[in-house]
Design a protein around this ligand. Structure first.
Ligand code: ZN
Length: 282
C-alpha cells in the first residue's frame, strides 16, 4: 500500500470516528497533515479536505497584522502592560486559543498594502465567511477600499470597523456584496455630496499623527462589529445585519448614535454587471 493510500485510509477512519464525535482534534490534524503530504496539489486539496473535516469541530480565524503592541495601544484594544513589545496577532491568537474549544488561528505577519495582498489571502484560504477590517494604516479609507474591492470580487461579506478618534467612533458599514451598498457606492455618494470648497482640500500627511481617544469607544465600536459578525455568520433571515446601507457615529459626550444612510448606486462599477472580477478573467 502506498503512502497516499495509507493517508487516505487514515482520513477515512477519522471521518467515520468524527461522525461519532469522539475524535481528538489532534488526530484529525495528523491525518490531514499526512494526507496533504501525500498529495501533489497540496494546497487546494488540503485546504478543502481540512475545511470539510474540521467544519463541525472548530472555527478558524485568520489574523493579519505586522504591528507590535505599543503603550499607546493600551487604551484602544484589549492589550495589557505585559503585551507591550509583542506581536499584536500573537497576543490575539493566544487569547483566542485560551478560550479552549476547537479554534484554529492562522497568523499572517504582514501589512495589507494593496488589493493583491488581500486577494492572495482570499485565494489561499478558501471558503472565508466574513472579513472584518480593523486596519487603519495608511488610513481606514485606504484599507476599506482595498479590502472592499477584493471582497466584492470574491463575494465575501465584510464589515468596516475600528474608526475612533477623540470622543467620536465611526460604526460600520456592513457590506453584503451585490445586495447592499458597497464601499465604492458609499464613497461615490460622499464625494458627490462634498461641498465644492472641500474638493480642493488635501489631507496633510503626518507620519506620527496619533490623536487620542476616549477609551470606552474602542469597546463600543468592537461590540457593534461583533454584533454584525454574529448576525452575518448565523445566516438566519430573522437575524439580519443592522449596519447595511448606513454608517453610524457614536458620540461619547451625548451617548447618541447618529446614522447616515446610503443606497446601492446603479452606476457603481464594483456592483454592476459591467464589473469583471480579476480572478475570473481568462
Ligand atoms: Zn457598489
Amino acid at each position: 500500500m502506498t503512502w497516499h493510500a495509507n493517508a487516505e485510509v487514515d482520513l477515512q477512519k477519522v471521518r467515520i470516528t468524527n461522525s461519532n464525535q469522539s475524535i481528538e482534534l489532534e488526530e484529525i490534524h495528523n491525518a490531514l497533515s499526512n494526507f496533504s503530504r501525500s498529495e501533489d496539489k497540496v494546497n487546494i486539496i488540503y485546504e478543502e479536505r481540512r475545511r470539510e473535516m474540521l467544519e463541525s469541530v472548530e472555527r478558524r480565524f485568520i489574523l493579519c497584522d505586522s504591528d507590535i503592541v505599543e503603550r499607546d495601544n493600551l487604551n484602544r484594544a484589549l492589550f495589557f502592560e505585559n503585551d507591550v513589545g509583542k506581536s499584536k496577532i500573537d497576543v490575539v491568537a493566544d487569547k483566542l486559543n485560551s478560550l479552549g474549544g476547537n479554534i484554529d488561528v492562522i497568523k499572517i505577519y504582514s501589512m495589507l498594502e494593496g488589493k493583491s495582498d488581500v486577494v492572495r489571502i482570499l485565494d489561499k484560504y478558501v471558503n472565508i465567511d466574513l472579513v472584518i477590517n480593523c486596519a487603519d494604516y495608511p488610513s481606514v479609507d485606504k484599507t476599506s477600499e482595498i479590502i472592499g474591492e477584493a471582497c466584492m470580487e470574491y463575494n465575501i461579506p465584510h464589515v468596516i470597523s475600528g474608526g475612533y478618534n477623540l470622543h467620536l467612533s465611526l460604526i460600520g458599514p456592513t457590506i453584503i456584496p451585490n445586495k447592499t451598498a458597497c464601499y465604492k457606492c458609499i464613497d461615490m455618494e460622499l464625494t458627490s455630496k462634498m461641498p465644492d470648497d472641500f474638493k480642493f482640500v488635501k489631507k496633510l500627511y503626518r507620519k506620527n499623527r496619533n490623536i487620542g481617544n476616549v477609551a470606552p469607544l474602542a469597546g463600543i465600536s468592537a461590540s457593534f462589529s461583533i454584533n454584525e459578525a454574529v448576525r452575518i455568520l448565523s445566516d438566519n433571515n430573522k437575524l439580519t445585519p443592522q449596519m447595511t446601507n448606513k454608517r453610524g457615529e457614536f458620540n461619547f459626550l451625548t451617548s447618541q448614535v447618529s446614522y447616515t444612510h446610503y443606497e446601492k448606486n446603479k452606476n457603481c462599477s464594483w456592483c454592476s454587471n459591467k464589473y469583471m472580477p480579476e480572478h475570473t478573467k481568462a
